[in-house]
Design a protein around this ligand. Structure first.
Ligand code: FE2
Ligand code: FE2
Length: 185
């Protein structure tokens, strides 16, 4: 199945998005090895996490409605940010991915409090894969194999700062994740 997914994803994504996806796979698999979680699950979630990146706003909102998923004001105003949910739904329908993989795809954009190891790894790999660069990224990368929760907190805070500086809306799940990580410290 994973070979078929790899082939489908390669055919479905534009070259630059596929390159990003391969970067996410590489980092996710490396972290999965380090933290001793299932490598196939990690690669599957990484391959499929942005599958619905090109879905139209209408299709994304329709999928939310069809599945009775509440539409927050962030999603209403920026439907494309809901591509994680649509990617997760497609992955379940098309490839019958496990619930753990489904959750990791679903939560890769905003995170959530109480994420599983797989969810954390996909969230971090998406933000820190080798093709990404932003100020302070090396500091976060250096934390990846030392303290995953610290890397997560730092990544979450970098995201919040980025959105705040631009005057963008903040998804509540990201705030709740940060509070959760601070409490667990
Ligand atoms: Fe994404
Ligand atoms: Fe991504």
């Amino acid at each position: 199945m994973i070979d078929k997914i790899r082939e489908d994803v390669k055919n479905h994504l534009k070259p630059s998005r596929y390159r990003h996806t391969l970067g996410v796979c590489k980092l996710a698999v490396s972290l999965a090895k380090w933290y001793k979680i299932d490598l196939v699950q990690a690669e599957t979630a990484a391959l499929l996490h942005d599958y619905a990146k090109y879905a139209s706003d209408l299709d994304i909102l329709d999928t939310y409605k069809k599945h009775g998923r509440p539409i927050s004001n962030v999603i209403r105003n920026h439907p494309n940010l809901g591509h994680g949910f649509v990617s997760a739904v497609i992955s379940k329908d098309k490839y019958q991915v496990s619930d753990q993989v489904y959750e990791a795809i679903l939560n890769h954009t905003f995170g959530r409090p109480g994420m599983s190891m797989l969810e954390k790894i996909i969230y971090l790999a998406d933000s820190l894969e080798e093709g990404r660069s932003y100020e302070g990224i090396d500091e976060v990368r250096s934390l990846l194999y030392k303290d995953l929760n610290k890397a997560l907190l730092k990544t979450c805070e970098n995201t919040l700062l980025y959105e705040l500086k631009r005057g963008n809306m903040i998804h509540e799940q990201t705030i709740l994740m940060r509070n959760d990580l601070l409490e667990a410290k």
